[in-house]
Design a binder for this molecule. Structure first.
Ligand code: PBG
Length: 310
């Protein structure tokens, strides 16, 4: 009766991986219970999420081939574009379709942007690619696009590109405060990303030591036209999440990322913690800290549990 925070299926967003050229879903070793979907299985899963009351999915593509420019990301025949069309046909407007907008799944060097001749990420050249990807995703049926590459000016560039293409109806869920975290490892297994030369993303993602900087990143994204801003990862950054919630009036999302899920799943599998109890406590805490939406690999499982509890 006096609980201040109530977790609901409507708070959850399911990240889904769809892989080009497979007929059966493939297990992901470091993300037990999560799969790379085939086109068929991603559609089946989307329908199940609708039935469970989950309002949205974020879609990641695993292409069959990669190149320096990440061509598959903007190809109308690329896996995410193909999946978006199939999903829209299957679920109509009952699920908000949000493709992740980045290049790393599609580049052979594994960086989120294009590289210059010295092998460094070229921020401004990358913005032109993001614009192309945004238009391809909009044309394929995206409701929102979710830029995750952390290039400076990416929200403004994408907003201008969408508006210029007559797609002012497509919104932007901006990965605004995204940290250079060690918790993305299982995700990189899921999408087959290895950063060239054992590199990292510290030149474009945020330093985990910084709290005020997150507010600056969020402020810039809102000014540039973000409709929803996101903090990522979630549980180690609840202070940042609470700050962001207090600073903006747009909806705030938090991403409970692959490493956070993997730690929970591994300890539960070992019998050291109670999976459901810790999962619920984790998600309630993220909501309590200020998240309106939570991206989590637990979405279907917890939505089912919450539905059964009613
Ligand atoms: C980049 C992207 C990443 C994640 C979402 N989008 C990986 C990265 O920045 O290296 C990580 C999500 C997770 O760990 O669950 N396209």
């Amino acid at each position: 009766m006096v609980a201040e925070t109530h977790l609901q299926a409507e708070d959850l967003v399911a990240p889904l991986f769809v892989r080009e050229g497979i007929d059966e879903p493939q297990l992901i070793h470091s993300l037990p219970g999560v799969v790379q979907h085939s086109l068929d299985s991603v559609v089946t899963t989307a329908k199940r999420l609708v039935a469970l009351g989950v309002p949205a999915i974020v879609l990641f593509g695993v292409p069959a081939t990669k190149d320096a420019a990440g061509s598959g990301a903007s190809d109308p025949g690329g896996i995410v574009q193909v999946a978006l069309r199939a999903l829209r046909d299957a679920v109509g407007d009952r699920l908000v379709l949000v493709p992740d907008l980045c290049l790393d799944e599609y580049t052979d060097h594994g960086h989120c942007g294009l590289l210059d001749r010295r092998g460094r990420v070229d921020n401004d050249a990358t913005l032109e690619r993001y614009a192309e990807v945004a238009i391809a995703q909009a044309e394929a049926g995206a409701d929102l696009v979710a830029p995750s590459g952390m290039m400076d000016g990416q929200v403004a560039a994408i907003r201008a590109a969408l508006d210029g293409a007559g797609r002012s109806d497509v919104g932007i869920l901006a990965y605004a405060a995204k940290y250079a975290s060690a918790l993305y490892g299982p995700f990189r297994d899921a999408v087959g990303v290895q950063i060239a030369g054992g590199g990292d993303r510290r030149a474009y993602q945020q330093d985990p030591a910084n709290r005020r900087e997150a507010l600056e990143e969020v402020r810039l994204d809102v000014e540039e036209g973000a409709d929803i801003v996101m903090v990522k990862p979630a549980t180690l950054y609840l202070d940042v999440l609470a700050d962001v919630r207090a600073a903006v009036s747009v909806p705030v999302a938090a991403y409970h990322v692959s490493g956070e899920y993997a730690m929970l799943a591994a300890a539960a599998r070992a019998g050291w913690i109670d999976r459901q109890a810790v999962a619920l406590e984790t998600l309630v805490s993220i909501k309590r800290a200020g998240a309106d939406l939570i991206l989590t690999y637990l979405a279907a499982e917890i939505a089912e549990l919450l539905g059964a509890d009613r």
